[in-house]
Design a protein around this ligand. Structure first.
Ligand code: AMP
Length: 143
């Protein structure tokens, strides 16, 4: 199954911040939106990086109370692994496992069009298994 199956079930729009924003802004956005990562926009439609709750925890361990004043550009991951909506969910899941991260921005060429998290993939898989089990029960009941 393809990534587009997950994207079409999600509310559209990806939450982004800018490289010049502070970690205080990232913390506020993550808390307000109840998410674990934000894409760092390049100021147009593209991706300059990604910053997640894990980066914030690492920064806290390193900078303590000063963390919130640091800039996003300093702490974001610049080498971002992305996917397209035509990639399979299994493939994206494998990239997450291999890279030890839980978020993958979805691109259309150079343009950011979505975000898939490990939570989205788990939710999709549970729903697929439930639908399969339900179809199987119906089949057995009517056979
Ligand atoms: P996460 O598990 O998504 O919170 O991310 C763990 C670490 O991997 C953090 O340092 C993130 O900045 C980084 N990271 C998250 N997503 C990606 C991605 N798609 N490509 C590269 N690095 C990432």
């Amino acid at each position: 199954m393809k990534v587009e199956a997950i994207l079409s079930a999600k509310r559209s729009g990806v939450v982004t911040v800018l490289p010049e924003d502070t970690i205080a802004t990232v913390a506020r956005v993550l808390a307000e939106k109840a998410i674990g990562a934000v894409v760092v926009s390049d100021g147009r439609d593209g991706v300059a990086g990604i910053i997640t709750e894990r980066d914030l925890v690492r920064a806290l361990a390193r900078f303590g109370n000063e963390t919130v004043t640091h800039g996003v550009a300093e702490l974001m991951t610049r080498d971002v692994v992305t996917a397209t909506s035509h990639d399979t969910i299994d493939d994206v899941s494998e990239r997450m496992t291999r890279g030890k991260f839980r978020h993958v921005p979805i691109m259309e060429g150079e343009r950011l069009v979505g975000m898939v998290s490990i939570g989205d993939i788990v939710k999709y898989r549970i729903e697929s298994i439930e639908a399969e089990a339900s179809a199987m029960r119906e089949y057995i009941a009517t056979a």
